[in-house]
Design a protein around this ligand. Structure first.
Ligand code: PLP
Length: 419
């Protein structure tokens, strides 16, 4: 099973998990209690992750893969174990296929620069969707400009689903890559990855999945999916900033030239040449994000304890509740499909009110949401609005918090319309 709802056997107790997150107890300067609904931008961290950072710096820290002293060996072991934990999380066949990067963006850029530049030629086609985040869009535009490839777009329906008929029309022998998000960071849409990957492979194309909004929220199995690449970020899944992951199929990764050059990625350097190291180190030039990787492993441990299937089911419950409550808010329009077809992301617009004003007034009620184009300008053009307000949930949010959204919005509307 790859990216679909699974019912969890035991209900998730958000109150219990919240106790691990010191920041969730924050009271804002105006006295409002924090309601954190900006999880699609970045999540908060539990004590266990913060402690892993502190503990590593206080007791184990050294550079990796270079030293022979005790601290270096301890850090090496923690770093290798972090890679193994990430491997297990996504069910990669081997830890060498898990490359540590600095985020989803740098993982996608790695593929565009290394695989893209060595494989794509003038006239080749890259298939993207209208709902892609700029991180899974601009690197392909840059690549296309360099090599003369052509970008084609899978459109979305008015409900925020991919037009799968268009996929059939657009796929051809010229299609070399399909780059698609698993979950839209604005619409919340969960895309039918298995279908897309099967069809793309039948046309001979490679598929990169942007898992930034999926890996933190639902079970993802790269072998069941059969994707060629998967990219995601640590900070959206309880981990630190500055760490991300690129998974790739072995034969692809082994055929790709190194992206960045420097220490750590070589086997041998002579005056006029170098030989690249084996996987995964050939793609990890320079000192890697060591403590970030170790803390990401603590985040993975934590997510396993909560259970990704349980998280997905719980977020569906919160999303259903949000959709229902928001129906009562006059002129409010939710973008994207019905809750059953999406993750815990609810983006909306209110007639004649700017998303930023709405977000600012929600902040007065302690509710942290994001407003803007959310790094999806082509999508917002398709939706016909310059900006949306986005509430995005995680397993530590509660139904009581969701209940406060509609009344806070009505108060915000009242205030703005009086101005
Ligand atoms: N892809 C999607 C769908 C995202 O939502 C984001 C971040 O919001 C990214 C990629 C980029 O992630 P990062 O900024 O951590 O590299």
């Amino acid at each position: 099973m790859a990216v679909t709802a699974r019912e969890s056997s035991s209900p998730l107790d958000a109150q219990q998990w919240r106790e691990d997150f010191p920041i969730l107890a924050r009271v804002l300067p105006n006295g409002a209690k924090l309601i954190y609904f900006d999880n699609a931008a970045t999540t908060q961290r539990p004590r266990q992750v913060i402690e892993a950072i502190v503990d590593t710096y206080q007791r184990h820290y050294a550079n990796v893969l270079r030293g022979v002293h005790t601290l270096a060996e301890e850090t090496d072991e923690l770093y290798a174990s972090a890679r193994e934990k990430v491997r297990t999380l996504i069910n990669a066949p081997s830890a060498e296929q898990v490359i540590f990067t600095y985020g989803a963006t740098s993982a996608i850029n790695l593929v565009a620069r290394s695989w893209g530049e060595s494989m794509l030629r003038r006239g080749d086609e890259i298939l993207l969707t209208e709902m892609e985040h700029h991180s899974n869009l601009v690197p392909w535009q840059q690549l296309a400009a360099r090599c003369g490839a052509v970008i084609r777009w899978i459109p979305i329906t008015d409900d925020g689903l991919l037009e799968l008929d268009a996929l059939e029309r657009l796929l051809s022998q010229r299609t070399k890559l399909v780059a698609v998000t698993a979950v839209s960071n604005v619409l919340g849409t969960i895309n039918p990855l298995e279908h897309i990957i099967r069809r793309a492979h039948a046309a001979g194309a490679v598929v990169l999945v942007d898992g930034a909004q999926a890996v933190p929220h639902m079970p993802i199995d790269v072998q069941a999916l059969d994707c060629d690449f998967l990219a995601f970020s640590g900070h959206k899944m309880l981990g630190p900033t500055g760490i991300g992951v690129l998974y790739g199929k072995r034969e692809l990764l082994e055929s790709m030239p190194p992206f960045l050059g420097g220490g750590g990625m070589i086997r041998l350097v002579e005056m006029d040449r170098f030989t690249a190291a084996d996987l995964p180190h050939r793609f990890e030039a320079g000192t890697p994000p060591i403590v970030e990787a170790i803390a990401l492993a603590a985040a993975v441990d934590y997510l396993n304890q909560v259970g990704l299937a349980a998280i997905h089911a719980y977020e569906l419950m919160l999303t259903r509740q949000a959709h229902q409550c928001l129906q009562s808010v006059p002129t409010l329009r939710i973008f994207g499909p019905k809750p059953e077809q999406k993750g815990g992301i609810v983006s909306f617009a209110l007639a004649n009110l700017h998303a930023h004003d709405v977000a600012q007034l929600l902040d007065r009620a302690g509710i942290a949401v994001r407003a803007g184009h959310h790094c999806t300008m082509p999508l917002h053009k398709r939706l016909g609005v310059p900006a949306t307000t986005r509430a995005s949930f995680y397993f530590y949010n509660t139904p009581e918090e969701v209940e406060q959204l509609a009344p806070a919005l009505e108060r915000a509307m009242h205030t703005l319309r009086r101005k």
